[in-house]
Design a binder for this molecule. Structure first.
Ligand code: IMP
Length: 200
């Protein structure tokens, strides 16, 4: 069977994408299957650049088609911070949330969005990249225990519950990652005959 590598060693992410991809057409591998992968510095200026850096490095090292994602939270009143620094904004999820809530104290414009970029690399080149988003607002206190990261303070537009108060299925049906993935999936299905030649 043809296969594609996702450029991550995060087992949670691998599982999430395995569910999205299904296993009929293509088998998903990850950097967990390539323990010698030397790693790569995510020094891009945008989510798309970071996704491309990771996808290219994995494609070149594993010598098969690869894709990668990069995601984060952009808050309008904070000039889109934490943005590409979302994972590095503080040491733990709780501290990252506390930092954001501190910076948002007294701020009435609570608009924010989660963004996810996905890049696909084949034969050592980026062939396409996609972006998904979900818009919402930043709450005043953390709520809920599901999910991860900034979920307890992100309330999607049209809802009253935070991402961390939604079930996995509810979040996965509307998330930025899902929205980027759907675009990537449509592209891959359209191009399947071309990709098949490269896969084999
Ligand atoms: P990465 O895409 O794995 O580099 O993750 C970037 C960071 O953005 C994560 O560590 C989280 O802090 C944040 N983030 C990305 N997606 C989500 C989400 O769905 N919920 C909450 N936080 C997220």
């Amino acid at each position: 069977m043809s296969y594609i590598v996702i450029a991550t060693s995060n087992a949670h992410k691998v599982q999430e994408y395995a569910k999205l991809i299904g296993d009929e057409k293509v088998e998903l591998k990850s950097l967990l299957d390539y323990p010698g992968f030397p790693g790569v510095e995510e020094n891009g200026a945008t989510f798309a650049e970071n996704a491309a850096i990771k996808a290219l490095a994995a494609c070149k090292y594993c010598d098969v088609p690869a894709f990668a994602d990069d995601s984060g939270l952009e808050i309008a009143a904070l000039d889109n911070r934490p943005g590409i620094y979302s994972a590095r904004y503080a040491a733990t999820d709780a501290e990252r949330i506390a930092r954001v809530l501190g910076e948002m104290e007294g701020v009435t414009d609570r608009r924010a969005r989660f963004v996810c970029a996905i890049a696909i690399a084949i034969n050592g080149e980026i062939i396409e990249s996609f972006e998904g988003e979900i818009k919402g607002t930043i709450g005043f206190t953390p709520k809920g225990t599901n999910g991860f990261g900034y979920d307890p303070i992100f309330i999607p537009d049209g809802m009253t519950r935070s991402f961390a108060e939604l079930t996995d299925a509810e979040k996965n049906a509307i998330s930025h990652r899902h929205n980027a993935f759907v675009k990537a999936q449509e592209f891959v299905e359209d191009q399947m005959s071309v990709l098949d030649e490269d896969f084999n």
